[in-house]
Design a protein around this ligand. Structure first.
Ligand SMILES: Nc1ncnc2c1ncn2[C@@H]1O[C@H](COP(=O)(O)OP(=O)(O)OP(=O)(O)O)[C@@H](O)[C@H]1O
Length: 311
């Protein structure tokens, strides 16, 4: 096990009946980092996180968390991990304080310590106004904060979050991201492992990114390193009519694609290859009279994802 590795996964296979969902996954999750797992629906992200969290067993291969094997040393791994799974399993009739207390008891903390820890977490997540409100009456954002607080009761070295902000409004999400960043910077050796479908979330949170596709790791690097793989920049063009936009998309030599949600905007990831730049200039020439705006920007994780996850 490498010194700065929190989780080591080697040749991990997982099948459900005939179906192989993880097909030889090997990766090292860097200790103290925020590793974000990306991948299209069904890529195996939840399955991977659940195996690391001891909720599912591998078909073959090994997973070691802070030196403990998830299969042979399950109890030790559970003590090290704080988990917030995808679906919220909190008792709707309990209050946040009660839920935190139950978790403390489940971890064998002792009543006094569990109570102190619950109060600390209520303060950390600014849950004071809601601490005695039943879970069923809380907003989605507040409930998600309770989920995260529950994951932290045992002061875990590894926090595993499966799609943590799905369903939260933009403000609650930003608040939540701030909390996560604070959590990882407060304790230098605390590791966060997060799956998401949201590339903006990955952009905000990730120090390391793993891309899964068809049960395999197809990329694992820092966001900047991944971005530099897919090209230097993105060229975005806004045209004045839908007709010209469609004409450009149909006849493009360089590979302009429609920008989602903006019907008269097209974009192109520009690799270093000058042939693509020349083709783009030819494309632009065919609709020159219709161009309203042109922008050149650094590559985004959207480009990385488009190139890796579907390619
Ligand atoms: N208990 C199960 N039995 C059979 N198949 C399963 C089971 N759990 C998951 N799968 C299948 O395994 C595949 C991977 O699922 P998983 O939830 O790990 O993917 P994911 O990348 O997290 O997807 P999503 O982004 O949609 O949450 C899917 O095709 C899913 O249908």
């Amino acid at each position: 096990m490498l010194k700065n590795t929190s989780v080591g996964v080697t040749d991990l296979m997982k099948s459900y009946g005939e179906r192989t969902v993880l097909n030889g996954v090997s990766l090292h999750v860097r200790r103290g980092g925020r590793t974000v797992v990306l991948g299209p629906n069904g890529a195996g992200k939840s399955t991977l996180l659940e195996i690391i969290s001891t909720l599912r067993s591998p078909t073959s291969g090994t997973v070691v968390v802070e030196g403990h094997d998830v299969v042979t040393d399950t109890r030790a791994v559970r003590r090290l991990i704080g988990l917030a799974p995808q679906s919220n399993a909190l008792d709707p009739l309990a209050t946040p304080l009660e839920v935190l207390g139950f978790q403390g008891a489940a971890l064998g903390l002792g009543t006094r310590t569990a109570r102190r820890r619950s109060r600390e977490l209520v303060e950390l997540f600014r849950l004071g106004d809601h601490q005695n409100t039943r879970i069923a009456k809380l907003s989605g954002g507040t409930r998600r904060k309770v989920d995260l607080a529950v994951a932290l009761v045992g002061s875990p070295s590894l926090i595993v979050l499966d799609e943590p902000t799905t369903g939260l409004d933009p403000l609650a999400r930003m608040d939540f991201w701030d909390e996560l960043k604070r959590l990882s910077s407060d304790a230098g050796s605390r590791t966060l492992l997060i799956s998401t479908q949201d590339l903006h979330e990955a952009e905000v949170l990730a120090t390391d990114i793993v891309v899964l596709r068809d049960g395999k790791v197809i990329a694992h690097d820092s966001p900047d390193a991944l971005k530099s793989l897919v090209g230097d920049r993105t060229l975005t063009l806004t045209l004045d009519t839908l007709e010209s936009t469609d004409r450009l998309i149909e006849a493009t030599l360089a590979g302009f694609r429609p920008e989602s949600g903006e019907p008269t905007t097209v974009r192109l990831a520009l690799p270093r290859d000058p042939a693509v730049l020349r083709a783009a200039l030819d494309d632009i020439g065919t609709v020159a009279a219709s161009v309203e705006q042109m922008r050149l920007a650094g590559p985004s994780l959207d480009d990385v994802f488009a190139a890796l996850a579907t390619g």
